[in-house]
Design a protein around this ligand. Structure first.
Ligand code: IVH
Length: 672
């Protein structure tokens, strides 16, 4: 028999654990350590197993999932779960706003902007403060009863605070999702177990909620954001959507922190742009912004048409994923001889850009993801990076797909390829391979390297094919006459190209080192080497041991640098560059440019006016500073251009200095 004392302790433990769950899962702000929490949890588990009669379904110990079902029951939605009209541009958004105003006889209205989460829509019904049903959207009128599964999601309250004021029965709606980190973790676990991977967090989240065995759901790191009230009876509700959100938050529901009440289309655009740029920093996937009419009375007046409410619109971010056919796998020979496979795709539009090719990383990756030629594949484009193949849609296989076989010979020169042990790709070992040579030229003239304006891929190829440029030193031997032999090259443009080439001679040693394309020498390593030696000669004669002794230069880099300079061909290229007048020096502190930014770590966000982001980053490195991609405690300055995004906010939270473009330029110029 349980004593009164046991019963009281059980009640107290449940209250405490619910409180700490809310702090941890909903507010992201725990008050006690994990160990302390685990101790409370275990104490409750022990008491409950000693007194099974006292276990109630709402006890925090019961979020573990129940034995599998044969199938889900169905739930008829009392109010349909509608979809949303979409806008793909500001013009389309304004058209939505104007139409709503017209329908309201010219009345304007406040709006609420929310992030559009990319997950699975669910409806949760509460009766007397207890979660009674959790359902998927289904066809909008009938959904699947996934109550058991949703009960395992820690950020969904099973019971509302007894002192809270809420209607007798009501339904909240929200989006269940996996965070990007949770998704990554889940896929890593699956890869380790040899299970097929999920293509994206959305599929993984939806798959997790629609599990017949809720113990599986319980093991997945699911989260929820509530975005509104479905219906309510037996109690008052606020008169605006904004206040409703407040009420729901005060009842312990988890809502996004990033909602805003706004007045004008300009405000909406600012919100939209902020998150379009900042979406990569969100811990979860968002695919747009939902804009809602704030007044619930006006919402009713506007009503619904077809299956969409007229009082809300989804202002979508450009899509980042699409599916298409993998027609073939091609091979690019990189500048270091690596055989880089790439996907040749049935053209598909991803976020307004037509994609015909996508990265496939390496052979190992193709094998691991089991990508086969002929597969329907998911392609993804994120920000500025090259589109990539995420994986195959296995369910759409016809049986005619074939496995990719790595060619045994280099596609450019026919040399048998090698795959060094422990490496994920094959390599063409022929240093004279023309494909490698061309890649080296392209790299040399590129941004961050010698940055030769007007000399791009096409011109490199033309010069290479005409036999005018065989190695990087030949760029500096070109004459106007040489250019005039090329197709479509007129007098004026030839002169301009020659000027750019000439200008590049003065680049600091760090750029030249990077441009040479030495294996394992990226921009940062090049900076370190140039700063350490100050000139090419010191570096060229340095032994591997000497190189290894430099802080931040490991044995792999040291070995590769030493090997590069041992090679006679490479030495002769450097001699030719020197003769052509290419600088072999790193400007020193105190002379042309002091390393004014050394010791600083700078994060650049938003668009700058007077330079591109890459140019700015290169400048920072040239001045001895480090460039960070995210704002951390090490960041000393955040440079905010136009439409800066959430990095500035993070900087403010951390108390990091935020400067504008002008101040940034001043900071760099003080170094002269
Ligand atoms: S409101 C009638 N707000 O988007 C309006 N929906 O196309 C009901 N979604 O699957 C939706 N985030 O689950 C609303 N902040 C948000 C949302 C959101 C994501 C989903 C919703 C539904 C789809 C509607």
């Amino acid at each position: 028999m349980a004593t009164d004392q046991d019963q009281a302790r059980i009640a107290e433990l449940r209250r405490l654990i619910n409180h700490h769950n809310h702090r941890y899962y909903v507010l992201d702000s725990p008050e006690i350590s994990d160990t302390r929490y685990d101790a409370l949890f275990r104490e409750l588990q022990d008491l409950e197993s000693a007194h099974p009669g006292l276990v109630i379904p709402d006890s925090p110990t019961q979020r573990v999932g129940a034995p599998p079902l044969d199938e889900f029951g169905t739930v008829a939605h009392r109010e349909p779960l509608l979809s949303l009209a979409k806008a793909f541009s500001l013009t389309e958004f304004v058209a939505w706003q104007k139409r709503a105003e017209r329908l309201l006889n010219g009345q304007t209205f406040d709006m609420v902007c929310e992030l559009k989460m990319d997950g699975l829509a669910v409806a949760l019904t509460y009766e007397d403060g207890r979660l009674v049903t959790g359902a998927t959207r289904g066809d909008g009128y009938q959904g699947e009863d996934v109550t058991l599964n949703l009960r395992t999601v820690r950020s969904i309250p099973l019971a509302l605070p007894p002192e809270g004021r809420f209607p007798h029965r009501f339904e909240v709606r929200g989006e269940v999702f996996l965070t990007k980190a949770g998704f990554k973790r889940l896929n890593e676990e699956r890869a380790a177990q040899g299970l097929p991977l999920f293509a994206n967090p959305r599929n993984a989240g939806a798959g997790s909620v629609r599990q017949l065995d809720s113990r599986i759901t319980a093991s997945r790191p699911l989260d929820i954001h509530i975005y509104g009230l479905g219906w309510a009876e037996g109690g008052d509700i606020p008169s605006t959507h904004w206040e409703t959100l407040y009420m729901l938050r005060s009842l312990g529901f988890k809502l996004s922190y990033h909602s805003a009440r706004v007045e004008t289309a300009e405000d909406v655009e600012v919100f939209y742009r902020r998150w379009l740029e900042g979406r990569d920093e969100l811990p979860y996937e968002a695919d747009g912004v939902v804009v809602k009419v704030d007044s619930l009375a006006l919402q009713v007046e506007l009503g619904t048409v077809a299956r969409e409410p007229r009082w809300a619109v989804a202002y979508k971010f450009p899509a980042v994923q699409a599916t298409t056919q993998l027609l073939d796998i091609g091979i690019n020979v990189g500048r270091t001889g690596s055989l880089n496979p790439y996907a040749i795709l049935e053209p598909v539009s991803v976020g307004g850009v037509t994609i015909r090719q996508a990265a496939l990383h390496n052979e190992e990756d193709i094998r691991r993801k089991d990508i086969r030629i002929g597969d329907t594949v998911i392609v993804q484009r994120a920000g500025e990076v090259i589109p990539e193949v995420v994986g195959p849609v296995v369910s759409l296989r016809t049986g005619r797909e074939r496995e990719f076989l790595v060619p045994s010979r280099c596609s450019a020169c026919g040399t048998p390829v090698v795959r060094p042990e422990g490496e994920v790709m094959s390599r063409c070992p022929n240093a004279a391979c023309p494909a490698q040579a061309l890649e080296r030229l392209r790299h040399f003239v590129g941004r961050g390297a010698m940055d030769i304006d007007r000399v791009g891929t096409k011109l490199c190829q033309a010069l290479f094919e005409a036999g005018l440029v065989k190695d990087v030193a030949h760029f500096y031997l070109l004459t106007k006459e040489n250019f005039l032999t090329l197709e479509r090259m007129a007098d004026k443009s030839a002169e301009k190209v020659l000027t750019s080439i000439r200008r590049s001679k003065g680049r600091p040693l760090s750029r030249l080192l990077f441009a040479l394309g030495i294996l394992h020498v990226g921009e940062e390593v090049a900076d370190v080497l140039a700063a350490h030696f100050g000139n090419m000669d010191g570096l060229m004669w340095a032994s591997q041991e000497e190189l290894s002794a430099i802080p931040s230069i490991g044995p792999k880099i040291a070995g590769s640098v030493a090997a590069f300079f041992r090679e006679v061909g490479n030495r002769s290229i450097i001699d030719k560059l020197r003769l052509a007048g290419v600088s072999m020096e790193q400007p020193k502190a105190g002379t042309a440019a002091k390393l004014q930014l050394s010791g600083l770590e700078i994060v650049i966000t938003g668009q700058l006016e007077s330079m591109t982001r890459v140019q700015a980053e290169v400048r920072v490195r040239e001045l001895g500073g480090a460039v960070g991609s995210g704002v951390t405690r090490r960041t000393t300055h955040v440079v905010a251009g136009a439409n800066p995004g959430s990095k500035v906010e993070r900087a403010r939270t951390l108390g990091t200095t935020v400067i504008g473009e002008e101040e940034f330029i001043r900071l760099m110029e003080e170094s002269r």
